[in-house]
Design a protein around this ligand. Structure first.
Ligand SMILES: [Zn+2]
Ligand SMILES: [Zn+2]
Length: 278
């Protein structure tokens, strides 16, 4: 049985985590609210419909997926500890930061690309991923609207591949510096590409994902199921799923029925029954 001092300790750690997320939220608001005001793509209000739900998702997804993912990633690191296929892992471990860091980004995004693409094709995965596509207006906060199972699946595909390639140290710790850095930069970039900003980067848009690139991923017209990469559009180019015209999507969302409440979005995908069609 857990004794009271331990319970208090867990409660304090939880309160500290929530406090840290609140501080991050203030920083994100300070960056994105003025940015969306100055460069608005579509007229929008800060207190729009479902903002409360997305704030709920912000706290859930800041805490739950990382805590759950730590278990399989620590297990993978433990399995790989001491393994060195053909001397590959020790060779990779000796590579300098400037080489390993971009490779971690590239390999992670390769895993994310295929996991994300699978989530659009496999009905069981789509029932979770549809929550993210239920937004009919995009802004930075929509980034947080995702089912934890969906996030865990996609992130594990990316980071698992990074560990398997020997690009993260197999010490049993989730916080490999490269993994931590990729996760932080990737998360901030993810907020940006959802933002309601009229921002085009010319030829750079084929090198790095942008709001236009990801907004087209959220389109609900005949061009849906494109632009799966989180960071590098290169993967969509290579695998034939890129779509980036000069104009913006006419309509966002999905035809799949998704609840308008936080508990519905969290629990509905877990219920038995026919999964909704992708
Ligand atoms: Zn998607
Ligand atoms: Zn999105």
């Amino acid at each position: 049985m857990t004794d009271s001092p331990q319970l208090v300790r867990h409660a304090l750690i939880f309160a500290e985590d929530v406090g840290r997320m609140a501080v991050w939220l203030v920083l994100l608001v300070a960056i994105f609210v003025p940015l969306e005001k100055l460069f608005a793509l579509h007229p929008a209000k800060i207190w729009r419909k479902q903002v409360g739900i997305d704030l709920g998702w912000y706290f859930i997804n800041s805490l739950v997926p990382a805590a759950i993912m730590a278990v399989p990633l620590a297990f993978l690191a433990r399995v790989l500890h001491g393994v060195d296929p053909g001397g590959l892992y020790s060779a990779v471990a000796a590579w300098p930061f400037w080489l390993k860091f971009p490779l971690v980004f590239l390999i992670n995004d390769f895993g994310v690309y295929w996991a994300h693409r699978a989530a659009h094709v496999i009905p069981f995965l789509w029932r979770f991923h549809a929550v993210h596509h239920s937004a009919e207006h995009l802004d930075w906060l929509v980034n947080t609207r995702a089912h934890p199972f969906d996030l865990i699946f996609t992130r594990l595909a990316g980071l698992g591949l990074v560990y398997l390639c020997g690009l993260a140290s197999a010490t049993g710790s989730y916080l490999d510096p490269n993994v931590a850095l990729v996760s932080i930069i990737g998360t901030i970039w993810s907020f940006f590409i959802h933002a309601n900003v009229r921002c085009r980067l010319g030829p750079l848009e084929w090198l790095i994902s942008t709001p236009a690139f990801h907004h087209w991923h959220h389109t609900n017209d005949e061009h849906r199921d494109r632009n799966f990469a989180a960071i590098f559009p290169l993967y969509d180019r290579v695998f034939g799923t890129a779509w980036l015209p000069r104009h913006w999507p006419p309509v966002y969302g999905t035809d799949t029925k998704v609840s308008h409440t936080l508990t519905g979005q969290l629990l509905d995908p877990l219920m038995p029954g026919d999964p909704p069609k992708p």
